[in-house]
Design a protein. Sequence first.
Length: 198
Amino acid sequence: MKATARELFDLHVHGDGSADSRLSTKRAIARARELGLRGLAFTDHDRLTLLESPYNDFVLVPGAELSTEWGDLLALGISELPPAGLPVPELIDDIHDQGGVAVVPHAFSGELAHICMNGRVFEVIGVIDGLEVTSPKRSVDNAKARRVARENGKAQIGGSDAHSVEDLGRGLTACDGATVEGLLEAIRKGRTEAFARQ
Ligand SMILES: [Zn+2]
């Protein structure tokens, strides 16, 4: 991957559809463009954001952060919300059937067991597409997520989990894809890089 060809995305942003977010859709897009990002994914809790980008050169990736019995799961590139209550492996199948990708956010944390999959990740490691490796949550073990992604050929995903404009862009995914499909393909192939920026 050529460093010069990299397109940057923040793939975990909470906007208008999250009660706990102070970030508006408009403000988030403006800030992402200011930072030179190619696009972002609004990933509100159990709510799918399907928005047309107002700009030709800026991509809005359909996304949602799904609550599951094992912890949170990011679904990117889907066209409708999967039925609630599906067992996680079936939920991942549903995401794939829709042409989307499944990414485990903040995978490992002893303290946040209700939202973090922890050991369950290994039950679906063969079918997930990536792991988020830039969580800003203090107790999350990003190094472990990175290692698990690398060892299993899964995409390393950067997202900020931003709930405010200041936090947007603090975690980024870099890849060669400049469109939603290009990005999803890079994730499926594990051809992404992820980094945190202050
Ligand atoms: Zn989140």
